[in-house]
Design a protein around this ligand. Structure first.
Ligand code: 0X9
Ligand code: ZN
Length: 589
């Protein structure tokens, strides 16, 4: 990436000043939370010598839990231990204790949170180590479009709050907001309509690991188009929408923290009665975009009506530019497939799937967030979630607990996952990445691990996008090779496995059949060729399968095989075919 003048200026600001300022807390020997914040007198005062404490606040029942979660802005840590995890300072701790709450300091987590040694060195073009800024991620998207012009386009779906309110945004500096860009990945030389996988990150800007997953997923789809057969067929046949920054204004604030990012969670809307800046863990301007979606908005105590609160829901349903842009774009891509009653189930043939990635509770959360009642499609929503978790599924899951938020986290209303399922009827998830050592701000070196453990979950979601509620009832096709080579006068063996037997599968049953397609997949009118059970009969939930593929009659060059299996059961008249696994078939003259 070329440095322009702004970058040079940013370099000075970001590298030299914080490097000097970072020394101050060490010299002051006060320890405490060293933010670049010490740059400005007001924040230096606000943090002072007050160390951030990681607190366990115990609750008596779920009603108290949900009330306290909103009031104290609990972290998204599991609540199954009977307590909420809350970041506060000594004064906050004292006042909680004074009002009779049982509250403890988690000493180990408090040390980790404040560990100065984690502070990464500052790169002129990134922040907090090598995390990319909004500008850099947008430039990265441009570079992908330039490299793969027929496979990727950068789509502007709207303007942020700061861009629609010119002159209003002055923190951390005067700026005029952002366009909201989504990378639309599909091979445009293959006609649609195609099933939609919507994958967004960064709705909570301080959860900085999440956009890094989006850019890696873009790369996996595009840079591996010629080497990874699943990337190939997904890009050819599916509409993949990846939005790295649902909240770019908030991210801009976060980046400014430099040696320690700022903790802005919400957008930059400060016209609703709160101008608190710099952001703290209990007060900041903005609307929580994940409480602003137009479904069950403000319905049930899962959000706050107080503007400085971290779960402030905004003045009205869908009031924020960012929320409206995402909802309207998805509305243009995916039809409303669910009835309007809370108990209306979406049909088994529903198409489209939605992932909104957060950090850092290690959870795959599905609807509903607004009620403890199970959603009408609960069996399938949970089953997709369990596949997202199962490390022995294919592609391998992330090993995060799968659950409905009020039972494992806290009640939430107006969030994107409830909207996606509630309004459109599509399976919608909030995956919370695992917290590594840094909470919201893991050292950049953890990003590779986090992507590695989540890429299988993302690919699975992309694979089942056509009919997720149906396809999750089918088996995985795993253990197939990446590439087979055959000559035009020869033949080759295709070997692999059809497997229902991954941990937690609600649709465990015997495998009944397997098939492959050459170049034209089942949904495009291709002809399936039956594969046989290697042991002679289909009579188990895990079957090794094989076929002999002849090269005679095939054009020399690269072909794509689509392999899949099904179970013995049918559902509403549909056979239980599982997701496709791709294999390259290279035919030599
Ligand atoms: O509270 C939230 O918005 C999410 N947790 S976080 O700490 N990252 O902010 C959880 C939202 C879960 N909601 C649904 N799955 N419906
Ligand atoms: Zn979040």
């Amino acid at each position: 990436m070329k440095k322009n003048q702004n970058k040079q200026f940013a370099f000075l600001l970001k590298a030299f000043i914080p490097a000097f300022l970072a020394l101050l807390p060490l010299l002051a020997a006060g320890g405490g939370m060293s933010t670049s914040a010490k740059a400005s007198p007001p924040e230096a005062k606000a943090s002072g010598s007050a160390e951030t404490l990681v607190l366990r606040v115990y609750f008596k029942d779920n009603a108290e839990r949900d009330r306290l979660a909103v009031e104290l802005t609990a972290e998204e840590a599991a609540t199954t231990g009977g307590y909420l995890t809350v970041l506060s300072d000594r004064a906050g701790y004292d006042s909680m204790a004074a009002r009779g709450l049982k509250v403890e300091i988690d000493q180990a987590e408090t040390r980790v949170y404040n560990d100065l040694s984690r502070k990464a060195q500052v790169d002129p073009e990134t922040f907090f180590g090598s995390y990319r800024t909004v500008e850099e991620n947008y430039a990265y998207m441009d570079s992908l479009v330039a490299a793969y012009p027929t496979l990727a386009e950068k789509v502007d779906i709207g303007d942020t709050w700061c861009k629609t309110h010119p002159g209003s945004c002055t923190q951390p500096n005067s700026y005029n907001g952002y366009d909201m860009y989504v990378l639309h990945i599909t091979n445009r030389s293959i006609a649609g309509p195609k099933p939609v996988f919507w994958f967004e990150t960064g709705i909570h800007s301080r959860e900085i690991a999440s956009p890094e997953m989006a850019t890696r997923f873009m790369s996996q789809m595009l840079d591996q188009y010629n080497t990874n057969p699943d990337s190939r067929w997904l890009v050819d046949w599916h509409d993949i929408w990846v939005m790295p920054h649902v909240n770019p204004d908030g991210h801009h604030v976060v980046e400014n923290g430099s040696s320690t990012p700022r903790t802005q969670r919400k957008n930059a809307d400060k016209n609703d009665g709160c101008t608190a800046y710099p952001p703290t863990n209990s007060s900041q301007f903005g609307t929580d975009l994940n409480r602003n979606f137009p479904f069950k908005w403000a319905c049930c105590g899962g959000s706050s009506g107080t503007p400085c609160n971290l779960t402030y829901r905004g003045p009205s349903s869908g009031s924020e530019e960012e929320t409206a842009a995402v909802a309207n774009k998805i509305r243009s891509l995916i039809p409303d497939q669910r009835g309007s009653s809370d108990t209306s189930a979406a049909p088994i043939t529903t198409t489209g799937i939605y992932q909104s990635l957060h950090t850092y509770a290690a959870l795959n959360l599905y609807a509903w967030g607004w009620t403890t009642s199970a959603p009408p499609n609960v069996t399938d929503l949970a089953n997709i979630g369990k596949h997202m978790k199962a490390t022995n599924a294919f592609p391998a899951g992330n090993n995060y607990t799968t659950c409905q938020p009020p039972s494992c986290l806290y009640a939430v209303d107006g969030d994107s996952a409830d909207w996606g399922y509630g309004e459109r009827g599509i399976p919608s998830y909030t995956t919370e990445l695992r917290g590594t050592s840094g909470g919201f701000f893991p050292p950049f070196s953890d990003i590779a691990t986090l992507y590695n453990e989540n890429k299988g979950m993302l690919v699975y979601m992309a694979k089942i996008a056509r009919t997720p509620y149906l396809t999750t009832r089918g088996p995985d096709a795993d253990s197939f090779p990446t590439t087979l080579t055959v000559s035009v006068i020869g033949s080759v063996q295709l070997n692999g496995r059809i497997n229902y037997n991954w941990t937690g599968n609600s649709y465990l049953q015997n495998v009944a059949a397997a098939q492959y397609y050459i170049d034209t997949p089942p949904w495009a009118g291709g002809t399936g060729v039956a594969m046989s059970a290697t042991d002679g009969s289909f009579n188990s939930s895990t079957e090794a399968v094989r076929a002999t593929i002849s090269g005679v009659g095939l054009t020399p060059g690269r072909h794509v095989l689509f392999v899949r299996g099904r179970g013995v059961n049918s559902y509403s008249g549909f056979q239980s075919w599982g997701p496709v696994t791709g294999v390259f078939l290279d035919v030599t003259p």
